[in-house]
Design a protein around this ligand. Structure first.
Ligand code: ZN
Length: 135
C-alpha cells in the first residue's frame, strides 16, 4: 500500500548552483547531501512540510541523470511513493503490465531500498517506490 508521496526528484546540472534557489528563494533547508555511487549521482534533500525535494546531479557522463539532462534538460525527474512493501508494489505493477526498471529493490540514497517503474508505462512519470522515508 502507498502511504504518501515521500519526495520529488529534480535533475540539475549543479547542486551547488541549484541549491541557492531552494535555500535563498524558497527558504528551504538542505537536510542532507550524499553521493550515491551505485547510481552515479550526487543528491541533496530539502524538506517542504513532510515532503522532500531530491536534487540529482550526475557524477559522471554515463550517469542516468547525465542522459536525462542531455535529452530533456533540467527539471522534474521522478516522483517517489513511500510504501512498506516494495516487492508487493512491484508485483502489482508487473501483473498489470507495467514495465519495471528494477525487478527487485536496489540500494538508493542513504542505503535505503528503492525500485523504479519505467515512465513509458506510467504516463510519462518516472515512478519510484521507497521503503523508508528519504531522510
Ligand atoms: Zn528518489
Amino acid at each position: 500500500m502507498i502511504k504518501k508521496i515521500d519526495h520529488l526528484g529534480i535533475a540539475v546540472r549543479s547542486i551547488e548552483e541549484a541549491r541557492k534557489f531552494y535555500e535563498e528563494v524558497l527558504g528551504l533547508v538542505c537536510e542532507k547531501e550524499e553521493v550515491v555511487a551505485s547510481q552515479k549521482v550526487r543528491t541533496a534533500f530539502f524538506t517542504a512540510g513532510d515532503i522532500h525535494i531530491e536534487l540529482l546531479e550526475p557524477t559522471s557522463d554515463d550517469s542516468p541523470i547525465a542522459g536525462f539532462l542531455e535529452k530533456k534538460g533540467e527539471g522534474f525527474h521522478h516522483i517517489a511513493y513511500l510504501t512498506d512493501d516494495i516487492d508487493g508494489q512491484l508485483g502489482i505493477a508487473r501483473e498489470r503490465g507495467c514495465r519495471l526498471i528494477n525487478e527487485t529493490p536496489v540500494e538508493g540514497a542513504g542505503g535505503k531500498q528503492v525500485a523504479f517503474l519505467h515512465p513509458k508505462s506510467t504516463f510519462g512519470v518516472l515512478t519510484e517506490f521507497c521503503k523508508k522515508g528519504s531522510l
